[in-house]
Design a protein around this ligand. Sequence first.
Ligand code: GDP
Length: 405
Amino acid sequence: MFNFLKEKIKSWIKTSEEKLEKKEEVVSAIKEKTKKPKKQTLEKKKAEKIEQPIEEGLTKEQIKEEREISEKIIEDIKKEKLEIKPVEEKIKEKFEEERKLEEERREGQAKPEKRGFFARIKEKFTAVKITEDEFEEIFTRLELILLENNTALEVVEKIRQDLKEKLVDKEIKKEDLEKEIIESLKTSIEELLIEPENLIEKIKGSNETFVIAFFGINGSGKTTTIAKLAHLLKKNNISCILAACDTFRAAAIDQLQKHGDKLGIKVIRSQYGADPTSVAFDAVKHAKAHSIKAVLIDTAGRMHTKENLIREMEKLVKVIRPDLKIFIAESITGNDLIEQAKTFNEAIGLDGAILSKADVDEKGGSTISLSYIIKKPIFFLGTGQNYDDLEVFNKKKIIKSLGLD
Ligand code: GDP
């Protein structure tokens, strides 16, 4: 999972870093020149600097800005009358000046805002300041990468705001640039994800029969995921039954029955076309009568109209009052997934989600988007077609898969 996204984010960080470092190259080139104790006139230095090929690949504005920075430094040098002495001497002098200033400062004799020239020039050589325009330019590439990889628009916007706040107009040391970008991106994505409660512990800790209703459109892996969860409960010695409430498809009832038979778990079912709420009601009643700890309710994924589906879901939720309403979706669905999640959430108020087919999702944008959209956790990721292929959702693992740890 995240193969595409991980690689693209990595390359974005690298190129952004290179781009931002260009500014610094110009300044560093002047530093190189001043190191050599050649007797050069200031004019000659300036002329050489302008002819330097280091400006290649920069925009006109950047070249202009960098020339201004260079000229400012040269002006500073001129003011300080440093251009005719060998650099070692200048450095020595400046360090001495700095040391004296520091001493004076400590003794409270110097004005606290007075900073030595060398300290200022050193800062210019080692720090990069990202302007808003530069940020927007480099972020446009990340925006495309995120959108291409199924990230929801709202999520892209949040990442943009977070990064902007952390990076724009801040002095960032050259050697810290990559670290700063990764750190900001990591924090931003961490904030998008919600760590789920331990579902097994939650069910075990419940005094009553714990009812979970599952929602999602057909083909999203709903039946398989319910079976995987039933298998997990069984492994944890939690008794459970399944309720076949997708009565709009005869095949759905049979499919759930097949899983139940394979797992040795009872399925409460009715006829094709029966009222789903009444099937769910029977299942809960049966569980309570037999001290069964959990009921997993499968619901319909598609009906003649969306309104019908929503009314049916609302009715089931109102009558049964499940302890959890979980949305199941394929992580590979892309932007439609976000639309589906919003529809289900508005209709019944979801408590969380499970994303199936994470094993075949190379993009991963849905996984980082869903929690943020519904403001609820993802409990599990489906990672294959076997009953054991259900992984507890883990923030740290996601961050690691994205190469941001
Ligand atoms: P439903 O119509 O929503 O109930 O979907 P199903 O449970 O029938 O699943 C549809 C297909 O997706 C089946 O072939 C499943 O084996 C497959 N499937 C479900 N979950 C996963 C998963 O996590 N990974 C993979 N690779 N396939 C899955």
